[in-house]
Design a protein. Sequence first.
Length: 350
Amino acid sequence: MKAGVLHGQRDLRIEDRPDPACGPGDLVIEVAYNGLCGTDATEYAKGPMMVPLSKMHPGSGHLGPTTLGHEFIGTVVAAGDSVAHRIGERVACGAGVSCMTCAWCLVGRTNLCERYFTLGLSTHGGLAQYVAAPAAICVPIPDGLADEDAALAQPLAVGIHSVKRAHVGEQDTVVLLGVGAIGSFICASLQGHRGPIIAMDVDPERLAVATTLGATSVHCIDPQAGSDELRELVPGGAQVVFETSGVLGAAQRALDVTARGATTVFVGLNKSAQPLNLADVVLREITVRTTVAHVCGSDIPAALSLLASAEMSRVLPTRVISLDEVVTAGLEPLAAGQARGKILVDPRDG
C-alpha cells in the first residue's frame, strides 16, 4: 500500500509499505479520508515532538519512521476474532489507545491512561490506504452520514470534550479566543447554548464560519491586542473563556477577559514558557481548567450524532487532496498558517 511516512523534519515520503496485519482485537480499515491538523503540521515542520523517530514510545512500543494520520475514517476490510464490527462497515476511529485497566481508565478518563498512545503520532496511523486499529476505538458511522462529514468526528470529539471540561452553564457568556480548527469545533459543540457566544480571531473568514456555527457576536482583533482592548469587548468578563490558539501571550489575555469567579479553559498547546499573573487569578478566584484529546467511548459517538444532525462539511471550508499532494497542498500550507478550513486526504487514488 501507499502511505505518508515521516522520516524526519520536513521529510515526509509517499512510499510503498506492507499492508497492515489484523491482530485478534483489531480491524483493518480501508481509509476513505484522513484529516490533517496543526499537530501533523508541527510534527512535519518542527518535530519530531511526539513521533518516536529516535526513541521508542513506551505505550505503543514503536520506534522509527511513522505513518502519520490520527483523524481517519473508512471501511472495515478485515476483523480479528471476537470483534463485533463486520466487514464492509464504515467506522470512525478515535485514534487514542488506552489500556482500560489503569486507575484513570477505570474511572472513565481514558484520555489520561498511563499507557496512552495515539495512532498516527505514537505509531502508524491513517495517512495510508489501509490502517490497523483496535476495534474498541472504532465507532460505526450512522447510515446517511456522508464520509466528508464523518471525517470530522475525531476533531469534533476534541471540541465536545473541551466543552464538557468547561461545565458551561445554560446562560453563561462564552468567549472563544481563537476560532481556527479547534475553536470552530468547540463553537459547533456549543450547539443549543442559550447564552452569548463571543468569537474573537484575527481572521475575518474564520469569524464568518464561527457565525454560521452559532457565535452570537464576533470581533476581528489585532494579533497584538492587549488585555485592556479585549476587556472592552466583554464588559464584566465572560463566565467561560476558551483559549484555543496556544500563541504566546494568549493565556494571560484569556485569564484577563474571564469574569470574577468564572472559568478559563486552556485548549491550545504551547510548550514555550510564558509569564502569568497568578496573583490576579487567585484574587479573582478564577477556575483554570485544561483539556486534552477526547474520551473515545463517549465523545466519538456524540460527535457522530451531532454530525448526523448538521452537515458540518458544508459550513466548514473543506478541501480534499490526494496522498501525493499531502506535503505541497496539505502540510506546507498548514505549517505556514496559510491553510483555510479543513484539509482531508483521500489515499484511495494515490
